[in-house]
Design a protein around this ligand. Structure first.
Ligand SMILES: O=C(O)CCC(=O)C(=O)O
Ligand SMILES: [Fe+2]
Length: 146
């Protein structure tokens, strides 16, 4: 990803710290009689730098905002969904986006997913890579900790 922006290969990974963390969350969405009223997971963006998601093989539910519209992420058996999070948006000074997404419920089927969040070391400050800040693209984010 760094190379695709003509940066040194380790420009982002240098910011991860020696003790970067991975959190894994198992999500269970029971069937719901009122999917029009009840969300499985409210709209959010992930704070990670990258999230790898194993969706339920049979039941759709994940939606993502693209061009101001909600679109359903299709279920592709044995495929992983790779999603960028806020830490990558910050380090890339807004070039890589951390999309807003959420999960809708289903009237008659339960749904399970497994999300793996890769995050920088908790006490490490991250910020936009210097090479991505210039007069045309000013610094969009201050330095922050996880
Ligand atoms: O269940 C899903 O497909 C998405 C889960 C998710 O966005 C999350 O755990 O942050
Ligand atoms: Fe998420």
């Amino acid at each position: 990803m760094a190379k695709s922006l003509a940066l040194e290969e380790n420009s982002f990974s240098d910011q991860f710290g020696d003790n970067s963390v991975m959190h894994v969350r198992f999500n269970f969405y029971p069937p719901c009689t009122r999917p029009d009223k009840v969300l499985g997971l409210k709209p959010h963006s992930d704070r990670s730098w990258i999230t790898v998601l194993l969706q339920d093989e049979q039941v759709e539910g994940l939606q993502i905002v693209k061009d101001e519209k909600w679109i359903t992420v299709p279920v592709i058996p044995h495929a992983l969904v790779v999603n960028l999070g806020d830490q990558m948006q910050i380090m890339s000074n807004g070039i890589f986006k951390s999309p807003v997404h959420g999960v809708v419920t289903n009237t008659d089927k339960l749904r399970i997913s497994v999300a793996m969040f890769n995050e920088v070391e908790p006490e490490k400050e991250i910020g936009p890579v210097e090479g991505l800040i210039d007069e045309n693209r000013p610094r969009l984010y201050r330095n922050v900790k996880n």
